[in-house]
Design a protein around this ligand. Structure first.
Ligand SMILES: Cc1ncc(COP(=O)(O)O)c(C=O)c1O
Length: 355
């Protein structure tokens, strides 16, 4: 039976990327060696790293003066690297979910942290709109897509100070004005690669300004200077990331990813709003196109486990909602085909007919 992979992360990758990665595991560039067993400093892998960085910059239209890094440690490591490198006195954070809160917690160890606004009291079902960003803070941190709650910032905010963004779950799903940010980071395991690598876009002249000592591995300058090779980088996920970037470019780049994301999300939200058995959990204006969260309507609440089984039996995988929201979450990342979204809609309609 065909499986439709709605997992929130690690998550669906283009089939071509998985096939190319499998080929390189068996024989990397016709070398007779696996990509798993060659030096990261060899010319073949250096070419992979160079292409991944070049495509990253090209596809996101990253201006001059920025570096793209591929590091270990996950987005969670960036929660501490960001304040380590950029927080001298004060930083501002927008609290839109558990990941934003975790980022904020780490920053508190380095200086004053201003929570400009929070939707915690409403279980993060919306993104706060009216807030003031302190003009004297070192940076303003946002989480552009809230993977757990299914809310998304629809574009780049205006800020009087440079922004830092966690784009773990929406990178490459829309064009980004990188010049508004000094740092954009994310775990790659949603829209880019298998888990194990973290991407960081960092403005070169924003680093080296804080007065504290920064351990080498946590210092962006180390990795900028070392071309992400200060230590052994996560070779295999970087290889897959390079393949995904080729795929995104071949499909038409972020403009096309953006168009597809809206098309798929519109289809599924239209069904959630039409179908009497389901209700969306996020405020309509903030609905994420990447993580579509919904629950059973109150009068059908008892049927949650039944629908999960019904959909799973029809090949839907990974649609169980996060424990802090409940219900269902259909993650529709870049590689998710429209046909899979349609298959889920068909399931919802069949289930409705049965009840
Ligand atoms: C928005 C966001 N930030 C951070 C993380 C944490 O990423 P990692 O597991 O790579 O540390 C996640 C993981 O799901 C996420 O969705």
């Amino acid at each position: 039976m065909k499986k439709h992979n709605f997992s929130a992360g690690p998550s669906i990758l283009p089939r071509e990327v998985i096939e190319e990665t499998a080929k390189a595991i068996l024989d990397f560039n016709g070398s007779g060696l696996s990509v798993l067993e060659v030096s990261h400093r060899g010319k073949d892998f250096q070419a992979v790293m160079d292409e991944a960085v070049a495509l990253f910059k090209e596809i996101l239209n990253i201006p001059e003066g920025y570096s793209v890094l591929f590091l270990g440690g996950g987005a969670s490591m960036q929660f501490c690297m960001v304040p380590y490198n950029f927080l001298e006195k004060k930083a501002a954070y927008l609290n839109t979910g558990v990941w934003a809160k975790k980022a904020m917690k780490e920053a508190k160890g380095f200086g004053e942290v201003v929570e400009v606004a929070s939707s915690a009291d409403a279980n993060y079902t919306f993104i706060p709109k009216d807030f003031t960003i302190p003009a004297d803070a070192d940076y303003f941190h946002v989480t552009t897509n809230n993977t757990i709650y299914g809310t998304e910032l629809k574009g780049d905010l205006d800020s009087p100070i440079p922004m830092v963004a966690d784009m773990s779950s929406d990178i490459f799903s829309r064009p980004v004005d990188v010049s508004k940010y000094i740092c954009i980071y994310g775990g790659a395991q949603k829209n880019l690669a298998p888990s194990g690598v973290t991407f960081v876009i960092v403005k070169d002249d924003a680093v080296g300004k804080v007065s504290r000592y920064i351990p080498s591995m946590l210092n962006y300058k180390t990795h900028i200077d070392g071309g992400s090779m200060f230590n052994t980088p996560p070779v295999l996920p970087i290889y897959s990331a390079m393949q995904t970037l080729r795929w995104i470019k071949a499909q038409g780049g972020v403009k096309e990813m953006d168009r597809r994301a809206t098309e798929k999300a519109d289809m599924l939200y239209a069904e959630i709003d039409r179908n009497k058995m389901f209700v969306g959990t996020a405020a309509k204006e903030d609905r994420s196109r990447m993580n579509i969260c919904f629950v059973m309507a109150p009068e059908y609440k008892d049927l949650e486990a039944d629908f999960l089984k019904f959909a799973t039996d029809k090949g839907m995988s990974g649609i169980k909602g996060h424990r802090s929201v409940g219900g269902f979450r259909a993650s529709c990342y870049n590689a998710m085909p429209k046909e899979s979204v349609q298959a889920l809609i068909d399931c919802m309609q069949e289930f409705e007919k049965l009840h």
